[in-house]
Write a protein that binds this ligand. Structure first.
Ligand SMILES: NC(=O)c1ccc[n+]([C@@H]2O[C@H](COP(=O)([O-])OP(=O)(O)OC[C@H]3O[C@@H](n4cnc5c(N)ncnc54)[C@H](O)[C@@H]3O)[C@@H](O)[C@H]2O)c1
Length: 278
């Protein structure tokens, strides 16, 4: 029998109750990872935990009902994962609110930014941008102690960050994309890395409603996230830091599927005082 790629690894997946999070969690379990599954408490989370148990056994998974953008709740989830499994190797920041949280029909009838409800706007930035920071800040000390670890942030296609109707969603994902570049630089030389993983376009989950008119089979399927997720969680991705990986291009090789995360080429345009060395 071939060695499973994630034997001995402990992985935390946020937003694991459905969609891309569920799909990645199942693939990680099949490769031998132990899983801490985080989502807002509910039936879906328990169901996915049951599916992971069927793959890896009773001791291979803990479901943790938590709100990623609540400082106490996110820290407690990480604490329990480490208490239960003795370590935490990989954190996937996948939980998010989608464009439908701010508008009934963001694709067919995109709202103008001044029409967005202020509370929904700030909640989305909280979940999508602040949540990953809270989770990562709690998780990283254990990874640093172990001298190895992974932060994988799920953002979105760069174009989707500034399309009309993506108010709140786009900016929240742009913030996480930029934050990943900062995380990666802070982590240089530690054995812990921070990278971005995206489907590459609209994916077949509840985040994309039927109202878009795109046939479900033409969307990127959640299973396409599985191979890159396993690779990123494994030692195979050692040395890759501060990059973005596109699942939809995975089959074409890293040359096409990867690029530096955020906008390093535009950063070179900053006019800095001569005394500020870079
Ligand atoms: N579906 C797409 O087309 C698409 C495209 C690009 C990027 N993404 C990104 O992929 C990730 C997964 O998206 P999906 O399509 O599976 O979405 P989804 O809506 O099916 O799943 C998101 C999950 O996050 C959970 N969640 C929401 N708020 C939370 C909170 N505060 N705390 C804990 N959990 C919370 C939800 O309960 C849900 O289970 C997201 O980050 C999304 O932005 C999706």
């Amino acid at each position: 029998m071939t060695e499973r790629k994630l034997a001995g690894k402990v992985v935390m997946m946020t937003g694991a109750g459905r969609g891309l999070g569920r799909s990645m969690a199942l693939a990680l379990a099949r490769e031998g990872a132990k899983l801490a599954l985080v989502d807002l408490d509910g039936e879906e989370l328990q169901q996915v935990a049951g599916e992971v148990q069927d793959i890896g056994g009773r001791e291979s998974v803990i479901p943790l009902g938590a709100d990623v953008c609540d400082p106490d709740s996110s820290a407690t989830a990480v604490f329990y994962a480490i208490e239960n499994f003795g370590r935490l190797d990989v954190l996937f920041n996948n939980a998010a609110l989608g464009p439908q949280a701010v508008a009934a029909d963001p694709y067919g009838n995109p709202p103008k930014f001044w029409e967005l409800d202020p509370y929904t706007f700030t909640r989305m930035v909280d979940v999508n941008a602040a949540g990953p920071q809270l989770m990562a800040a709690s998780a990283v000390p254990n990874m640093l102690q172990n001298g190895w670890g992974r932060i994988v942030n799920i953002t979105t296609a760069l174009d989707a960050m500034y399309v009309p109707g993506m108010g709140a969603y786009g900016p929240s994902k742009a913030a996480l994309e930029a934050h990943t570049a900062i995380m990666a630089r802070d982590l240089e030389g530690t054995g812990v890395t921070a990278n971005v993983l995206i489907p590459g376009g609209p994916a077949n989950t509840r985040m994309i409603p039927d109202a878009t008119g795109i046939p479900r089979e033409a969307l990127i399927q959640p299973e396409e996230m599985q191979e890159p997720a396993v690779w990123l969680a494994s030692v195979q991705s050692d040395g890759h830091n501060g990059e973005r990986f596109i699942a939809g291009h995975w089959a074409d090789g890293l040359g096409k599927a990867s690029a530096p995360c955020a906008w390093p080429q535009l950063g070179k345009q900053a006019i800095l005082p001569k005394s500020v060395a870079r």
